[in-house]
Design a protein around this ligand. Sequence first.
Ligand code: SF4
Length: 132
Amino acid sequence: MEDIHDSRQNSIAFAEDDGARDKKPTRIAVVRCETVSEVCPGVACFKAFNHRKQSFKPYDQDAEIIGYFTCGGCPGRRVSRLVDSLKKHGLDVVHLSSCMKLSGNYPPCPHYDEIRKNIESKGIEVVDGTHH
Ligand code: SF4
């Protein structure tokens, strides 16, 4: 039986850098709230990125989203592990999704600062927000 780790590596092998490009594109990941993800498929985040609006305005057309994942539930248990994983794929910057700072139907994330500091401690830039 094929080892599950080998299987995963094989299935994402195409995403490895082939070194064909002169300049490495900026590689972005978005972390979103697990609770809010029950009602949000992420359309506004992707629209903002695709049109380089709001928090994604500074990026050129070569920039790529290489990861888009939920925090894994309070207190954000999945974030550190997946950021480590994405660093191997050239991750430059993490956006903490706008849903983490909502203040209407959902309370703002009480773990926001810890999550931010954890990512920054790995040498990755953190940007507040995605689409508002
Ligand atoms: S840690 Fe924050 S972002 Fe994650 S589920 Fe809890 S409130 Fe949402």
